[in-house]
Design a protein around this ligand. Sequence first.
Ligand code: MN
Ligand code: MN
Length: 458
Amino acid sequence: MSQLAYKRTNVYEKADEKLLKEIFDYAEGYKRFIDEGKTERESCAYVKQAAIAAGYKPFKFGQKLVAGDKVYYDNRGKNLYLIKIGTKNVAEDGVRIIASHIDSPRIDFKQVPLYETENIAFAKTHYYGGIRKYQWATVPLALHGAVALKNGDVINVKVGEDENDPVFYISDLLPHLAAKQNAKTLGEAIGGEDLNIWLGNIPYTAASDDKDKTVKENLLKILNEKYGMDEADFLSAELCVVPAFKAKDIGFDRALIGAYGHDDRVCSYPAYTALLDETENPHTTMVILADKEEIGSEGTTGMQSSLFIDLMDEIAASFGVSSAAVRANSMCLSADVNAAYDPNYPEVCEKLNSAYVSCGAGITKFTGARGKSGSNDADAEFVAYIRRIFDENGVIWQTGELGKVDVGGGGTVAKYIAKYNINTIDIGVAVVSMHAPYEVVSKADVYETYLAFRAFLK
Ligand code: MN
Ligand code: MN
């Protein structure tokens, strides 16, 4: 091949025994992380614990930070900031930021969820994020979340993950009776109000004759015994229905990992482990695990919350320097997944510019839809800088785009950081079947993304 031509590198093609072992070992830690955190609350708690074990202390507004400080800010248990203060002048050197998100598409209970018909009790739901609804029927589902009681107590709920737990279910038609449904489009086959969760089937026969002998009453009794809650407590609950699957290796050679919620925990794990492992780094660094990305980064825990800029201001104030100067010299990796080229569906991708499974960390210069609408289009100069540090550190990386022009599109948190005058670029792992109950990534890409973050932070 010409010395002048550009060609992607397949990590597995290049990997020696040592690299292969590193890739596979790193994947084991990631699988534990993704099994333990299926909601933003669980992922936030998991990473917070790891940070505390690594010596991170809670940050309080007004606190003066000094070089060597390692702090975390837990935003409502759903959004976590890890900050390490470096030895370099923060007004000149800025902050190195890696921002990923820890919420994933799922199905939430409505606030008045319970109903019963024909002796079957169900929960009404409202899906969260972009899902293809038909994929969520007839798979085992778990219930994760929190019930906030009026007295201020919060009960954590997690049912369906233990080997002996029951799971939950959304039904679909049998093929014998599905002729009419089969004629519908995939998008219309199962509607939003059809995603009703099967909860129970045994009536409360122990009730006295003047009381309700319904299935719903029986469920309320079980819930009251288990959690001390009553039906009105659903009003102040966040209960998330997620796939009950565990992360597993895929294929005879175990090159790939299947799991729920790779988007975007597959970037969150490399982000925080890179920070905790990069102990010699002189720069001030910040890792953000954001919530609400899947619904537009809104709310107090989403990337559009002023908390991000408040914390940047606190860092600047600690050193008596201009926050604008800190931001102007900061840079950010928006760590989010991209679509992997899937040979089964080549029609939605353009071959030259797609990200390929096992070809390393994927840089996406721009996302968006149609004419790059809604995209942070990173400067060529910043792309060149990133190329240099990755190549100097032996990171295997590639570029990607979110599908063919005019086929669809999407966005990330990049633009919500870039708008503060911070150079930002999207980078992450390519995912097969993104937003499905079981998504697939390459172990090699997870590890190269970790190496990319290490290179960026040091
Ligand atoms: Mn994402
Ligand atoms: Mn997503």
